[in-house]
Write a protein that binds this ligand. Structure first.
Ligand code: HDE
Length: 699
């Protein structure tokens, strides 16, 4: 018997060596052992247990069964909205004490740092969808304060589609894939979304934002964030001040153009996720300032809109921002699933000194997020997962349940008690108290009259945009409605647009060839015509002239001028940007001086949509070869069509011609090192907007 067993184990070893080959990596004498989940050392991670070398696998193989069972259950339900997201750790640092408006402990002392975890997301697509659909971006921040976790669960747009939480399931059903066919994925350009929207005039303001360039950001590091709802800050004396939260990116805001977004989704569906990860990885930490709009209840009563209506914003000209601190994201997650996927945000997570308002959208959210964690994370103990755990003591008499991690001590699991005199107790002084507010009135299902103006702020937004931005909104609406197959839906949306702004409705109708023009949608509250534009609502009006955090691509071939490339790198990096080299082959090129120059990408896999500005620096022979490569011609053509600054050596002239490039302020000759500065200066302007009418017609 013993003899037979020995023989079999020998033959298994031999067969394994043959089948597993180099995959058999065994532990060093004192090296870490691979184990089962029970901690038992594993002898062979390549072969399951079978009867004979070619026989059936045995049910007895508990190592195999444990491994496969765990794998089978690796996925948890994705978020019903905001499924696609990217997260990072960091800190929030106060500029000053906010004791004048709030007792929140983490806002009392200037210079105090509080740990945070932020997650950015798209809304409509599944977890595996591309990063650049036209969509709202989630901007959620968990502050791990000494008095519990405070979650600021916002978006990159300061208003929302609906006024009442009861419409949220309808809104989301309409925008997600249509239920019979399972498409389109991550796109609002389809019938059900626009059908719903056309019947919800309250969504018109948000529609303006969603059709603007805010919905196609260049980078998650370049988006603003907003808490949207009116919240309250409460000071030590119980005095309440209304507040709106704003995040402002240090790199400034920047967006891509729509054709670029479409192509980025194909070329690199992880464009935003990769960009955020890479920036943090190289120590170029993204940063935002936190600004507060603070106002009293009396002031709110004088505004021409209701501050409890989430489809309205407060123009900064009316209530300026007080900048109170900054958030720096300085560490990538160690594990995407454990942190970014399992993080559970909840607008109800507030701390003493912060309180809610009666915004009916916010009130609904206070229920939804806690509830959704039960189905997503599967247990009422999800707050014990490391990424969700408060850093301050968490102690109460809640007990047991699925996947309980904590091991409570002692016999007392109730309160009041006398048996554990040192146990946790409530505290009316240090504990959270809800701001006492008088509430009276009949119980009704109604919408307040003060919520009835659906068009004024939509008009304000449109009028506050620069010419290129207005053009993009028109094009976006024409694009989306052209994908809508039901003509009546198109016409109904245009009827609303005519209420927002006659020229907007007329231009979109022209783009759709919608004849005759529908009558403006009837409304009891027409848009206010006496509106001062708010430049703060435009991206371009407050664009920064900078290359900071951006990427310049340089196309090189064998025989390229290595000194020019080196000078370009130096100047680009001195401006806080990165230089990426692209060549016909990823193995690099030999420069004119026959030096091997390492490159980052193969040309066919690195279209210009992935970069902010480009330089064409091939040799004469290299340029001639590129003329026969459609990827090279498309690279240049797209850079031009996407309004990018293009630097080029003389040898690239024929390539520019083949790509249809016309001379303008963004086409910069970079003949020698002395020209590099002029190229970088032009690239700091990010895009050549004057070029757009020549490359993209708009109605
Ligand atoms: Fe959310 N939302 N939401 N939402 N939301 C969720 O919670 C919900 C709304 C926002 O990175 C869900 O954990 C309702 C506004 C972000 O994990 C869910 C209503 C704003 C995230 C939910 C809204 C947001 C979510 C899905 C209407 C901007 C992602 C998974 C009353 C202020 C957070 C989850 C993350 C996620 C419900 C409207 C922002 C289902 C009912 C307005 C950034 O609970």
């Amino acid at each position: 018997m013993a003899k037979r067993a020995t023989k079999r184990s020998d033959s298994t070893k031999k067969a394994g060596a043959r089948a597993g080959g180099e995959t058999h990596q065994t532990a060093a004498a004192d090296g870490p052992l691979l184990t089962t989940n029970q901690g038992m050392p594993v002898s062979d991670n390549q072969n399951s247990l079978r009867a004979g070398t070619r026989g059936p696998t045995l049910l007895e193989d508990f190592v195999l069964r444990e491994k496969i069972m765990h794998f089978d259950h690796e996925r948890i339900p994705e978020r019903i909205v905001h499924a696609r997201g990217s997260g990072a750790h960091g800190y929030f640092e106060t500029y000053e004490s906010l004791a004048d408006v709030t007792r929140a402990d983490f806002l009392q002392r200037a210079g105090e740092r509080t740990r945070v975890f932020a997650r950015f997301s798209t809304v409509a697509g599944g977890a595996g969808s591309g990063d650049l659909p036209r969509d709202v971006r989630g901007f959620a921040v968990k502050f791990y304060t000494n008095e519990g976790n405070f979650d600021l669960v916002g978006n990159n747009i300061p208003v929302f589609f609906i006024q009442d939480a009861i419409k949220f399931p309808d809104l989301i059903h309409s925008v997600k894939m249509e239920p019979d066919r399972g498409f389109p994925q991550a796109a609002s350009a389809h019938d059900t979304f626009w059908d719903f929207v056309s019947l919800m005039p309250e969504s018109m303001h948000m529609i303006m934002w969603a059709m603007s360039d805010r919905a196609i950001p260049r980078s998650l590091r370049m988006i603003e964030g907003f808490g949207i709802h009116t919240f309250r800050l409460v000071d030590a004396d119980g005095k309440s001040t209304f507040v709106k939260f704003h995040w402002r990116p240090k790199l400034g805001m920047q967006s891509v153009v729509w054709d670029e977004a479409v192509k980025i989704n194909g070329a690199d569906p992880d464009f935003h996720r990769r960009d955020l990860w890479a920036a943090i990885d190289r120590g170029d930490y993204p940063e935002w300032e936190l600004g507060l709009q603070l106002f009293t209840e009396e002031e709110a009563a004088t505004f021409p809109f209701d501050v409890l209506d989430a489809t309205k914003l407060i123009p900064e000209e009316l209530v300026p921002l007080r900048m109170v601190g900054r958030m720096v994201l300085d560490r990538n997650p160690d594990n995407f699933f454990a942190e970014t996927e399992q993080v559970a945000f909840c607008p109800a997570n507030i701390v003493p000194g912060i309180d809610f308002s009666d915004d009916p959208l916010l009130q609904g959210r206070l229920f939804s997020y806690l509830d959704t964690q039960l189905s997503r994370l599967g247990s009422p103990n999800f707050q014990e997962i490391p990424i969700n755990r408060p850093i301050c003591p968490m102690q109460n008499f809640q007990r047991d349940g699925h996947m309980r991690m904590a091991v409570p001590q002692g016999r007392v699991n109730y309160e009041p008690n006398t048996l554990a005199p040192d146990g946790p107790r409530e505290c009316p002084v240090r504990g959270f108290t809800t701001m006492p507010r008088p509430e009276a009135g009949e119980t009704l299902r109604v919408r307040a009259e003060s919520f009835a103006d659906h068009y004024s702020q939509a008009r304000l937004f449109f009028r506050s945009q620069t010419k290129p931005e207005q053009d993009h909104m028109v094009s976006a609406l024409v694009f989306e409605l052209s994908k809508v197959e039901t003509p009546a839906v198109r016409a109904r949306v245009v009827a609303h647009l005519l209420q927002v702004e006659a020229t907007l409705g007329e231009r979109v109708a022209a783009g759709l060839r919608l004849e005759p023009l529908p009558a403006p949608h009837p409304t009891e509250v027409p848009a206010n015509d006496d509106l001062e534009p708010s430049p703060a609502l435009s991206i371009l009006a407050k664009a920064q002239k900078t290359l900071q955090g951006r990427v310049v691509a340089c196309v090189v071939t064998d025989g390229a001028d290595g000194d020019l490339v080196a000078a370009l790198r130096e100047t680009v990096e001195a401006n806080g940007a990165m230089l990426t080299l692209i060549a016909p082959s990823v193995g690099g090129v030999r420069t004119a001086k026959k030096r091997l120059l390492a490159v980052d990408h193969q040309l066919a896999g690195a279209p210009s949509v992935l970069f902010d500005a480009v330089v064409l620096a091939p040799s004469e022979a290299g340029a001639a070869a590129l003329l026969g490569d459609s990827a090279a011609v498309a690279f240049v053509h797209d850079a031009f069509a996407h309004l990018k600054v293009i630097g080029h050596v003389a040898a690239a002239a024929a390539l520019l011609d083949a790509a249809g490039v016309e001379q303008d302020a963004g086409i910069v000759a970079v003949q020698d090192i002395g020209d590099v500065a002029a190229f970088v200066e032009a690239a700091k302007g990010q895009r050549i907007w004057e070029r757009e009418p020549a490359v993209r017609p708009v109605p």
